[in-house]
Design a protein around this ligand. Sequence first.
Ligand SMILES: [Fe+2]
Ligand SMILES: [Fe+2]
Length: 178
Amino acid sequence: MKRITLLEIYRHPITQKYVNRSGLAHAISTASYAFDFADQKKVNHDLAVKAAFLHDMGHYLWYRNGKWDYHLYKENDIHAIKGAERAHKLLIRLGENPVHAKKIALAILLHTDSYLPKGELELDPLQEVVAMADKADEEPGGGHHYKTISNKEAVKRIKELDKRVEEKMKVGKDQSAS
Ligand SMILES: [Fe+2]
Ligand SMILES: [Fe+2]
């Protein structure tokens, strides 16, 4: 089965609509961190990078009187649930392996516990990698959502990540699907 690249994912109109909304620069940085953490945790790089890149695509714009409203967001946010569903639909449309699409969707669903009732979640290594990568790129006051990146730079960094993932897959060093 031919690998669905990050570049194909990036270019899809659904990604353009939703990933840009929550910050393309944050998505790319999180994907880079996830690649590195995948090494440490012996997790499949392809899955880690894709889940990290798409992890915030479920955000909704919580605006009141033209201004971002944190309380509205806190009270109503389910971006991890929406993101998991959107990413899954997008990946299946692009022809992703359905088992991989499910793993990616679950990692997105569990990348944050901010919307869940208090309690300890036990994450598997892939889910842990995505949550760690998101945290690594976090800035105070949600600043990571507002970092900007040009389309040219985004494509360059996405292509680099695709290349690194494909090198891992070629040498067969990657874990098959966890
Ligand atoms: Fe998030
Ligand atoms: Fe995030």
